[in-house]
Design a protein around this ligand. Structure first.
Ligand code: GRF
Length: 206
């Protein structure tokens, strides 16, 4: 069975969506481990509640060694690494070892409102201040940059005149929960090819 490791730093609602989609049969994979880079994040509780193995690798203690320590935990044990609200930047060997096998979800339509320091409510505040009429989420492969890897899929939401950063965040999060599992489904079925920056899906095989 296709094996996934999920990395999370926050509340873990995206992790929960993956767990739910495994339980309801939409996804045909197993979560081998949930790894957090900080103490006290609710994603770890969600994993424990579902009998999933957990690891806390504290980024404040590990610093630059974090990526290599994650690699030691997942090498040979996971086919795919899913960043589901993971706030540390992966660097070094793990990016080579898991090339096109690490995905991230970002709560905007990349290349808008992304990159260093652009996470959480800040993304939605920036989208509203800019005046965009559409926002959404992006699932992309992780490369050496920040939010720069090839895009697997995007989903849009309308930004209405009375939206606040918080209401936009809620709307986008609903789409995130669908999109992240959909991307995992594409990858577990092996129907995805990366050509340069373009991710091509062989729909015939779906
Ligand atoms: C999501 O908005 C995700 O796009 C971003 O961090 C947030 C995590 O939410 N990378 P949760 O922890 O999955 O609830």
């Amino acid at each position: 069975m296709y094996k996934v490791a999920v990395l999370a730093s926050g509340s873990g609602s995206n992790l929960q969506a993956i767990i739910d989609n495994i339980n309801n049969g939409y996804l045909n994979c197993s979560i081998e481990a949930v790894i957090s880079d900080r103490q006290g994040c609710y994603a770890i509780e969600r994993a424990k509640n579902n009998n999933i193995k957990t690891h806390i690798l504290d980024r404040k203690i590990l610093g630059e060694a974090l990526s290599d320590d994650i690699l030691s935990l997942v090498k040979g044990k996971a086919d795919l690494i899913v960043l589901a609200g993971f706030l540390s930047i992966l660097k070094g060997e793990i990016l080579k070892e898991f090339k096109h096998r690490i995905i991230n979800i970002h709560p905007s339509l990349i290349p808008a409102f992304c990159g260093n320091g652009m996470h959480g409510i800040k993304v939605h505040k920036s989208a509203i201040e800019y005046g965009v009429k559409l926002s959404g989420c992006t699932v992309h492969f992780v490369d050496e940059g920040c939010d720069t890897g090839p895009i697997i899929l995007q989903s849009i939401v309308e930004v209405s005149e009375d939206d606040t950063p918080e209401s936009l965040q809620r709307k986008v999060l609903i789409e995130e929960h669908i999109s992240l599992s959909r991307a995992i489904k594409y990858l577990e079925s092996g129907n995805i090819k990366v050509k340069g920056r373009r991710v091509i899906r062989d729909v015939e095989k779906d």
